[in-house]
Design a protein. Structure first.
Length: 321
């Protein structure tokens, strides 16, 4: 490669997985199909582009025009589309047709499946046939945060690389204050909600937290989408942008819910050791109940309803003491 290679994401540089991939590319021994798994879709996409950049530069003529990997004619990408964030059979069929024709400028071709676990059954079966008879000089990159959601027959035909988790902070204005108010609400619950006034105050505060959460999520999602749009390849369809917007909201929601779980666990751990405290009397059963409620937040697509259910569960636990 005569040009400097595209850098790896800083979080992955120097990791064993990157070292293995670099050596395999250098020796011309990279598998025709890779599964890149991890918790950060943006980081996975950057890793895929780093791989594509190296493969597309191999054997290229010095006179060949230079293209960024994400805009290279020989790098074909497919993304989920629409609010359902699904990859259709038609999208996969079109990608397969494109990788089966001669490359434009590079000796190699690269096909990237973003959120590969979002393929419907028909799309997954088309991909499976392609993996069984991979096109010449083509590398297929499957990106996913849920590798076990893929068909076992697909997983068995690709080389797996698991990248370390990246716990990005919640970039939402007012989030630290929200967490502090949530902790304060938990503290007031610990003092008891036996009177009608205390119960009313707790419920009003609960719905205030829910409303602020929804507002923060909406604004943070819009800001993150604006930032991401500046780095996305040109020419994306509206339904692809819609899917990316949904993906951003899901990622933010999961990080916010994880912070809520951490704040909840930390609060109760701090109280359990205090003699005569409500948390001490409720013991492990209350903590387990809260953790089960928190897990529902990860799968409930209605953010406000999920958070409301979680906070109401907390209120009910303390009211029963």
């Amino acid at each position: 490669m005569t040009e400097e290679a595209l850098p790896w994401p800083s979080a992955l540089a120097g990791t064993p997985a990157v070292s293995v991939i670099e050596k395999a590319i250098g020796r011309g021994r990279l598998s025709h199909s890779l599964l890149l798994a991890g918790d950060d879709p943006e980081c996975l996409a950057a890793a895929a582009m780093a791989i594509a950049d190296r493969l597309l530069k191999l054997g290229s003529e010095a006179s060949s025009p230079h293209y960024p990997a994400d805009r290279h004619p020989d790098c074909i990408q497919v993304r989920p589309a629409g609010k359902s964030r699904s990859i259709s059979a038609g999208a996969v069929r079109e990608l397969v047709a494109r990788v089966n024709v001669a490359s434009s400028f590079s000796r190699n071709k690269v096909a990237v499946f973003h959120d590969a676990d979002r393929m419907n059954a028909a799309a997954a079966n088309i991909l499976l046939k392609t993996l069984e008879e991979p096109p010449a000089r083509t590398t297929l990159l499957l990106l996913t945060g849920r590798p076990h959601a893929l068909l076992p027959t697909i997983r068995s035909r690709v080389l797996h690389f698991r990248f370390p988790g990246i716990s990005a902070p919640v970039a939402a204005a007012g989030w630290p204050e929200w967490v502090a108010d949530y902790r304060s609400w938990l503290g007031r619950l610990g003092q008891g909600v036996a009177t009608a006034r205390a119960a009313a105050d707790a419920v009003l505060a609960l719905y205030g937290l829910v409303a602020r959460f929804a507002s923060m999520l909406e604004k943070a999602s819009a800001a993150e989408l604006a930032r991401r749009k500046a780095t996305l390849p040109e020419g994306l369809e509206d339904d692809e942008l819609e899917a990316i917007e949904a993906e951003i909201a899901v990622g933010l929601r999961l990080r916010m819910f994880a912070a809520i779980e951490e704040a909840t666990s930390g609060h109760y751990r701090s109280l359990i050791g205090e003699p005569g405290s409500p948390a001490g009397r409720l013991g492990a059963s209350a903590t387990d109940s809260l953790e089960r409620s928190a897990s529902l937040l990860r799968v409930n697509l209605n953010d406000g309803a999920a958070l409301e259910d979680f906070l109401l569960a907390s209120l009910r636990i303390w009211a029963r003491r």
